[in-house]
Write a protein that binds this ligand. Structure first.
Ligand code: PLP
Length: 506
């Protein structure tokens, strides 16, 4: 087994690296007069009155700082990231390279449309391709993330019912196993969230669904395959039930990877969907983005899409802002264009082979699942004997009872063995959960290595549990106090906030 040792730098933040006397770059004497003259001609109101609050660093210091930081981080270019529900697939370098072209990255949103016809064509084609791939009729590329797409979907559902005068449609049904962003988006849009359980076969409990369906139901948010990786086989019946109550079907497309090119949400009866281009379509996904959460709808809901969408007037590509029922903007300008371009390249490169993505990811999932489900202390959650699609969920409840080693301990011990941890403690309906998704990117060798690492950790839990519980020891950062690391009062997203926390003291 490969040994993993991560670098450990005591790296200060950039602001602490800077020194006031550093020479960052020099303007040749010959030009310094010109610079001053240019400055003297600049309008007064655009001139700074105080120096910018940024550190004074030389290029080499900046490069070394970020190189050291990169040595302390882990990403999909270093090894497998089996984060269930996140579809952390390899990001092909050809997409990265083409999308870094200056003709893409130097574009300005205020440029005249005549000067950006190329990128508009890409966006137009993406709207068409995503519609075709999903069985929908029109897409907007505005939302910057999946959750933003969900929020748009919930707003569309709300406006659709209000337009029909159905003011009593106030409830959104969301399965208990859903991603937290589903109930959050529904609640943000003003809906009362109604939860429904999962049946023992791992599918939505249809009797429970029937019991909560009423004239107050505005819609249902569902992902298929669901978060257990199980395909909802009664999806058409579910859609019919909802439509029978004039309620809309919303598809959370985060799990599309398992059915890509094989089944289409539009054919399952969904009215509105979002897609995570940063998952299924391989735009990078780590570090909070930028992502792209395209929203697509059936023809009857086209006018509700966020604006602008890109259209072709027979002569040139144009932005359209005139959708009569639009829910408005969800982000600045035109969405996150660079990930859209990366996904465009991904789809164009694979063409009809896109379906192999799903076939291979399903094969990889089930291969690993069979290996892990047989380990001591590990059990498969829900749907005994059923195939999974893009991911599966195992429980370490038995291991915890028998050894005191928790799902979190196992995840930490995987880090020491050179693997990113899977998603843990989600979905909430599974105790001591690991949600695992290896995607189509991983080879059999890598999957075997991950399975061996799991086996080694589980065996160690029975022989020397304290060794598992003291992991990780090979990583640059050990166990964090998760409460402090996540609490809004102590989580420090910016350097200024760090300074504020320091001023406030413990
Ligand atoms: C099932 C599911 N739905 C929605 C989302 C939200 O997507 P995003 O992180 O792009 O906002 C996620 C993200 O992990 C997810 O797994």
């Amino acid at each position: 087994m490969m040994v993993f040792r991560q670098a450990k730098w005591d790296e200060p933040v950039l602001f602490e690296l800077g020194g006031s006397s550093k020479q960052t770059f020099a303007v040749d004497d010959e030009f310094s007069g010109e610079a001053e003259e240019a400055l003297s001609k600049a309008p007064r109101h655009v001139l700074r009155s105080v120096e910018p609050g940024i550190p004074n660093l030389s290029e080499v210091e900046v490069v070394r700082h970020f190189t050291r930081l990169s040595q302390m981080s882990y990403g999909v270019d270093l090894g497998p990231v089996p984060l269930g529900s996140c579809t952390m697939k390899y990001n092909p370098k050809v997409s990265e390279e083409l999308a870094s072209d200056r003709r893409i990255v130097d574009l300005h949103p205020y440029q005249d449309v005549d000067s950006v016809q190329g990128v508009l064509e890409i966006m137009y084609l993406m709207q068409k391709w995503l519609s075709e791939i999903t069985g929908m009729d029109e897409c907007s590329l505005q939302p910057p993330a999946g959750a933003a797409g969900e929020f748009v979907g919930a707003l569309i559902i709300k406006k659709y019912h209000l337009d029909k005068g159905n003011t009593g449609k106030v409830e959104m049904i969301v399965p208990e196993a859903a991603h937290g962003s589903n109930p959050a988006s529904s609640a943000m849009a003003g809906f009362k969230v109604v939860k429904i359980p999962t049946a023992p076969d791992g599918e939505t409990d249809i009797e429970a669904l029937k019991a909560v369906l009423s004239d107050s139901t505005a819609g249902l948010m569902l992902t298929n395959p669901n978060t257990l990786g199980i395909f909802e086989s009664k999806i058409v019946e579910i859609s019919d039930l909802l439509h029978g109550r004039d309620a809309l079907m919303y598809y959370d497309g985060a799990n599309l990877n398992g059915i890509l090119g094989l089944v289409r949400p539009g054919d399952m009866g969904f009215d509105i969907i979002h897609l995570n281009l940063h998952k299924t379509f391989s735009a990078p996904h780590g570090g909070g983005g930028p992502g792209a959460g395209a929203v697509c709808v059936k023809s009857g809901l086209k006018e509700y899409l966020p604006v602008p969408i890109v259209d072709f007037d027979g002569r040139k590509y144009v932005f359209r802002y005139d959708l009569s029922r639009t829910v408005g903007r969800i982000s600045w300008f035109y969405g996150n264009v660079v990930p859209i371009v990366k996904s465009f390249i991904y789809i164009a490169t694979l063409g009809p082979s896109l379906r192999e993505v799903a076939e291979l990811s399903v094969l990889n999932t089930n291969y690993l699942m069979r290996k892990l489900a047989g380990l001591r202390g590990v059990s498969l959650a829900y749907g005994e004997g059923r195939w999974r699609k893009h991911e599966f969920v195992v429980s370490f409840e038995k291991l915890l009872k028998e050894t005191g080693v928790s799902a979190e301990d196992v995840a930490k011990a995987l880090l020491d063995r050179g693997f990113h941890a899977p998603t843990i403690y989600f979905p909430l309906i599974v105790k001591e959960a690991h949600m695992i998704e290896v995607t189509e990117s991983e080879s059999k060798e890598n999957i075997d290595a991950l399975a061996n690492a799991y086996k080694e950790v589980v065996d160690l839990a029975y022989s020397s549990p304290e060794l598992v519980k003291s992991s990780p020891t090979n990583t640059s950062v050990g166990r964090l106090d998760v409460l402090t690391a996540n609490h809004p009062k102590t989580l420090a997203p910016t350097y200024r906030y760090v300074e504020k926390l320091k001023d406030e003291g413990p």
